[in-house]
Design a protein around this ligand. Sequence first.
Ligand SMILES: [Zn+2]
Length: 396
Amino acid sequence: MLLTETCKFKLEPTREQKALLKELFEAYKCMVKECLDKAVEANITSRKRLHEIAYRELRAKFPHYPSHYIYTAITQALAMFKSYRRLVRKRANVSLPRVKDLNAVLLDDTHLFWFCWGSLKLASHSGNITIPFKAEHSSKFIDWQVKSSRLVKRGDVFFLHVTFRKTVEEREAEGVLGVDINEKSIDLVTVKPDKVRFIKIDISEAKYIRDRYFKKRRNIQTKTSGWTKARLLAKYSGRERRRINNVLHKASKIIARIAAEENVKPVMENLSYIRERIRYGKKMNRRLHSLPFRKIQSYILYKAMEKGFKPEIVDAKNTSRLCPICGELSKPNGHIFKCRKCNFQADRHLVAAWNIAAKLPMCRPLPLAAKALNEAIAKGERIVIKSQLSDNSQIN
Ligand SMILES: [Zn+2]
């Protein structure tokens, strides 16, 4: 399994290096602009053709710059032109991308930079320069491969965005981990031949944050206008997103840890079924549609893969309606599942997690008697996630 992650480092150039970087950005913009103009004029999307038309001229114009900047400028220009063409196909009135706003320089990983922990050696029009940066919080990437990267300019500050890559060996699992994602909880069951363990991860904090910010946004919408309204909405939506992400990151980290500890393969449901199985009426729908199911899944997916377990996605039809004991379909009623045939009764979300785990054909959980299942559910653990970022001080 291939893991890819981008890490951002703030560069600490000397005064002279800063001046050089500024010159580099200006020259690079010129290169991209000329390539883009030529691509547009002749309607070129082929790298080879654009290279034939643009390279020689640019080489003559920028003789002191390493030639690979022209190569990546061609890549950049083509990417801009292609995304412009895609937009044009979708709607009218699309203006050409403005190179003036470009704030990044693409670096290829073999000719333009050499990455060391704490310093960047960069090829420039004035020879190779070594720019220091702080490499803290990035120790996990020590044994990763450095792939292509970007220099990014924000105002007067320069950053290096490095793409790291690592191959992770998939581990052989002893069982499965059923994951059922809900509005207030993520419900888990680990199923191994000799052991069943139910865990409810309480993420109601995310719902609480969402409800509070929903009210907040509604107030802003009715009580303010114009620039103030736009500024406040942007501020609060950013804050809301950070808080919710914080909760979701913590929850998915715990799930990946459980997968690793228990040595089980996560199983999640295909998300296209989620909306189908939820019909609560308008008010509920508004909330559910804003629940970032996809985000939760992608966090779990990534963090589990880091630990060597690639989650399986299954078609989750009927997972909240199926009786795990007798197989009868019953309508869920509130948060309790009750079978109309055999009277088995349990937390609806834990039942769904069990049914999701049972969907994996290669690793079906052993059928358990109602008594054993009830005992496992009764012993179920509960983990409550709290947002680290304080709430009260800033919300009003
Ligand atoms: Zn039943």
